[in-house]
Ligand binder design. Structure first.
Ligand SMILES: [Zn+2]
Ligand SMILES: [Zn+2]
Ligand SMILES: [Zn+2]
Ligand SMILES: [Zn+2]
Length: 380
């Protein structure tokens, strides 16, 4: 059925409208027979159909039916007999037989449209979900700095170009921008102020000595720097000492048994007198010294002796004057004590006046002081 035919006569239009109305009723009954569409109402189905018609190109086939709906509803009160009579007059059996076929086709179409719409809605929902998931993934990547619109901080001497958000770096750190070293300052970075190396130091070609150095005192000198013109004063280090004589600081001792215990001696500077170095002071005893010492010990164990008396006795025994003196010097005797012992031994033999006893002790070789100490010790 085409639009031109509908416009030919009002009767045919009416017939068509009637047919559409029947279509509508049939469709509804068809749809109601289908469980899925049982609840569909006129208004709702109109709305759905209108929506579907807009969405789908296939709905064009159904469009001609749309305008009939409202008019059909309005004219539904007219007697159907009158209309069917008119219908039979105009188009006969052909018009009467078409509606059922059309309503079936229309129902299938609507079903298809509904299913298509349903399918489209599902696809749209899936698409929305996919977009949401994609957005979440992108947000997550941003949060973890996998994706970062870097905010770069410029490179310095210590750090390369660095992102303040994610810490990513680019390139290398900058080299120091160094000024040349001066006499007193090392190389300095103009950017970060770090000092590199040592100062170049003044360069002085000619020194003037203000004060000579000695072995005990530093000297002084000055010169003008050829680079910066500064007058530089410098100390002249002390000179080395001049070796003089060895001075015994602590004499060696010889025990009564003839063992030498070393002392110390120092090498003195002949200019300033300062000690240059010290060392042990010791001697190796000669055979004569060792034996003279042993003999002295043996005599002292029997009777008291003065220093000279012991030397005389050892010389009498045949020892040299040097060995005898060495033995008397190192025998360890206390000569005051020896004088006291000698005074006591004289008094045990005979009586003596104080002066007589002192004279006798001096005769034995004791000094006046030793003799007086001796007589005092025994009671005078
Ligand atoms: Zn970044
Ligand atoms: Zn720097
Ligand atoms: Zn200088
Ligand atoms: Zn000196």
């Amino acid at each position: 059925m085409s639009e031109s035919e509908q416009n030919d006569t009002s009767n045919s239009e009416r017939n068509n409208l009637e047919t559409s109305h029947l279509d509508e009723e049939m469709t509804q009954s068809d749809l109601r027979s289908d469980g899925q569409l049982a609840e569909t109402e006129d208004g709702a189905s109109e709305k759905d159909e209108a929506e579907l018609s807009e969405k789908s190109p296939t709905s064009e086939a159904v469009e001609p039916l749309d305008p009939s709906r409202h008019s059909v509803t309005l004219e539904s009160a007219e007697p159907s007999v009158e209309r069917s009579a008119d219908d039979s007059n105009l188009e006969g059996g052909e018009a009467a037989s078409t509606p059922p076929v059309q309503s079936n086709e229309s129902g299938i179409l609507k079903m298809k449209l509904w299913m298509l719409a349903h399918k489209k809605a599902s696809i749209a929902l899936i698409c929305v979900c996919a977009v949401l998931v994609l957005l979440l993934v992108i947000a997550g990547l941003f949060a973890n700095h996998v994706i970062c619109f870097h905010e770069w901080e410029e490179a310095t001497c210590n750090h390369p170009k660095t992102c303040s958000i994610c810490g990513a770096t680019e390139g290398d750190r900058l080299d120091h921008d160094l000024t040349p070293a001066t006499c007193t300052e090392p190389q300095i970075c103009k950017r970060c102020g770090v000092k590199v190396g040592d100062p170049a130091g003044h360069s002085i070609d000619e020194w003037t000595v203000d004060k000579e150095a000695t072995c005990s005192q530093q000297g002084e000198k000055h010169g003008v720097c050829t680079t910066c013109g500064e007058v530089v004063k410098e100390a002249i280090p002390t000179t080395s000492h001049t070796e003089g004589e060895w001075v015994v600081e602590e004499n060696y001792t010889v025990t009564s048994s003839g063992v030498v215990v070393p002392g110390t001696r120092a090498l003195k500077c002949s200019v300033c007198g300062e000690t240059i170095r010290t060392e042990d002071y010791t001697v190796e005893l000669t055979m004569g010294q060792k034996n003279a010492l042993a003999k002295a010990q043996s005599y002292l164990s029997v009777m008291p002796f003065s220093h000279s008396g012991l030397v005389d006795q050892l010389e009498f025994e045949g020892f040299s004057h040097e060995d005898s003196t060495f033995a008397a010097d190192n025998c360890g005797a206390d000569w005051n004590e020896q004088a006291a012992l000698k005074a006591e031994s004289y008094l045990s033999i005979m009586s003596f006046s104080r002066s007589g006893l002192i004279d006798q002790l001096e005769f034995e070789g004791f000094t006046r002081e030793q003799a007086e100490y001796g007589v005092s010790a025994v009671g005078y």
